[in-house]
Write a new protein. Structure first.
Lengths: 296, 279
């Protein structure tokens, strides 16, 4: 209540400024404006509780005395290293092929584009396990692509790091594509036209004008993509299997440790929570805050 | 003043929410919402079994290898007790045990080895003694026709064979490790699955060439995989125990179900699904 009386005259002044020279009618007292339906408060508290309480529980139940021992456990380190390597490789792959896809979807008109876009972002809403099954059917040893690949090169993707990367890329790349495409669409294209009229080639325009302008979107897309890749579970365990040190990423380790050593599962969960918080902190100003909108 | 009031309101909301949830789950735990009030009386008294028809939901946690056998047993049980709704939760025994340890509401727990049940017994969560009700043996699951000519555990070390096992915490994984150790074979698996059916699936899909599973799993795969029996010397007898859970929401039906599993009718169903008799 204390803040509102101070805010009211300010609002009035701003409204007055848009319509100058007219005497203002007296504003009705504020309480008649239904500012916030009171039911929203408790409901919002329930929502916040649902989202925050589990995380609090995780922190509370962390076996702090065992922290040092567990963190130096080779199995934990192996899962952490594998997760980092695989998620960064997935991010790199997603960026290299995902940005061009976003560019095509944003800029190149072709028949059936809406369908193509829908199919390309489908993995965002597809249950990851289903993605894993689909990957098996295509890239498995007997798969549509996997069988010829194995016959020609002897390379099989399941049960390998490549399989982990592929699964993570499948579920995470759409986040990058969608974000970058939105950035490309909302971009002011006059800069590109200006560069082109000044004699820059298409590639130069893309590299020197387009890419820098979608930088914030690209950054946000990469962050989302990486976070999603790091947390990938369903497609990974289905397609890449589960072998400690080879394909057992952090989320898989969490799931499996819960049935053998719950303390380790809690610790690994805390580790992933820390990574997530770090991602949010690193991005809070640059991409998700108001800065991204007002900087342009 | 205001922020603290808001905080108090938020806390109140939270408390009422949790209270509502607790109320719900308590109601959900009582057998069968559809039937009238007297049903609730069945919950507290395991001591005096009144001659009342069984009803309500019966939650049975069963090892993944029991999938088909317990589906058939549940059906037969429902035939005898039409008012009982049997819900099967099928997963690796280690997962079932950890679910029960974390308070999952179950009436009956059937695992594929005694080791996984032991933690539940130690935690004092079961009522009475676990009973062994079936046995199983191991086989190497291979592609139909066995194109790679896998004849024994020693073949699992071959470089051209992709082997998948169950994780060591899974009973099938533990039995497999035992069998491999007895045979003096060191296999390097490509993946450690979270239950034995995961192993079957990998062989079925052709992603793996061989996996150590139960004989009953090969039978359940219905021709999609072929089983290579292990020599008696390295085979392992898997013993399946079943137990009543102390916090069973429906203890009367739970007791009847356990009795039924050890009855000749259920034993015949188990035998038809490739299981051996209780030791």
């Amino acid at each position: 209540m204390t803040g509102q009386p101070g805010r009211r005259p300010e609002t009035r002044r701003r409204r007055g400024a848009s319509r100058p020279r007219r005497p203002l009618p007296p504003l009705p007292p504020l309480p008649s404006l239904p500012s916030l339906p009171w039911v929203l408060g408790p409901l919002a508290a329930v929502a916040a509780g649902l989202l925050v309480l589990p995380l609090v529980g995780l922190v509370v139940r962390t076996p702090w005395p065992r922290l040092g021992v567990l963190l130096s456990d080779p199995a934990v380190l192996a899962a952490l290293r594998l997760s980092l390597v695989a998620s960064l490789l997935a991010l790199a792959l997603s960026t290299v092929v995902g940005v061009p896809l976003a560019w095509v979807l944003a800029r190149v008109p072709f028949p059936g584009k809406r369908l193509v876009r829908a199919l390309c972002v489908l993995p965002m809403v597809l249950p990851p396990v289903v993605g894993g099954v689909a990957l098996l059917l295509v890239f498995g040893r007997r798969g549509l692509v996997g069988a010829p690949l194995a016959a020609l090169t002897g390379v099989t993707l399941p049960f390998s790091l490549a399989g982990v990367v592929l699964a993570a890329t499948f579920v995470a790349m759409p986040f990058l594509v969608v974000t970058v495409e939105a950035g490309l669409r909302s971009m002011d294209r006059r800069y590109e036209h200006a560069a082109a009229t000044l004699g820059a080639s298409r590639w130069t325009v893309f590299r020197r004008v387009t890419l820098p302008l979608v930088g914030p979107s690209l950054g946000a897309g990469m962050a989302l993509c990486w976070a999603r890749a790091l947390g990938e579970f369903g497609a990974t365990i289905t397609f890449a299997g589960n072998l400690p040190g080879r394909t057992q990423t952090l989320p898989l380790a969490v799931y499996l440790q819960l049935e053998t050593d719950p303390d380790v599962a809690v610790l690994l969960s805390l580790l992933m929570l820390g990574v997530s918080v770090a991602v949010l902190l690193a991005l809070r100003d640059r991409y998700f805050g108001v800065g991204a909108g007002s900087r342009r | 003043m205001n922020p603290s009031k808001a905080r108090a309101a938020a806390l109140l909301a939270l408390l009422s929410f949790t209270a509502a949830c607790a109320g719900w789950s308590a109601r959900g735990a009582s057998p069968n919402g559809g039937s009238p009030a007297p049903v609730v009386e069945a919950v507290p008294g395991p001591a005096s079994p009144p001659p009342r028809p069984l009803n309500g939901e019966l939650t049975v946690f069963a090892a993944a290898s029991l999938t088909e056998a317990f589906a058939a047993i549940a059906q037969a049980f429902s035939h005898a007790h039409p008012e009982v709704d049997v819900l099967l939760n099928l997963a690796g025994s280690q997962r079932l045990a950890s679910q029960v340890l974390q308070g999952a509401p179950a009436d009956v727990l059937a695992t594929a080895d005694r080791a996984q049940l032991a933690a539940v017994v130690e935690a004092g969560l079961i009522r009475g003694q676990p009973q062994a009700f079936a046995t199983n043996s191991l086989q190497i699951a291979v592609e139909p026709g066995n194109p790679l000519g896998i004849v024994g555990l020693a073949d699992l070390t071959r470089g051209d064979i992709v082997v998948v096992l169950a994780a060591p915490a899974v009973p099938a994984g533990r039995y497999a490790a035992e069998a491999l150790a007895t045979a003096g074979v060191t296999a390097t698996p490509a993946s450690l699955e979270t239950d034995v059916r995961g192993v079957v699936a990998k062989v079925r899909l052709g992603e793996a060439d061989a996996g150590i599973v139960y004989r009953s799993d090969v039978q359940a795969a219905d021709g999609d995989v072929e089983g290579v029996a292990l020599p008696a010397a390295s085979d392992v007898v898997a013993v399946y125990p079943i137990a009543l859970l102390g916090d069973a929401p429906n203890p009367a039906a739970a007791e009847a179900f356990v009795d039924f599993v050890t009855s000749p009718e259920a034993q015949r169903i188990l035998r038809d699904h490739g299981f051996g008799p209780a030791p």
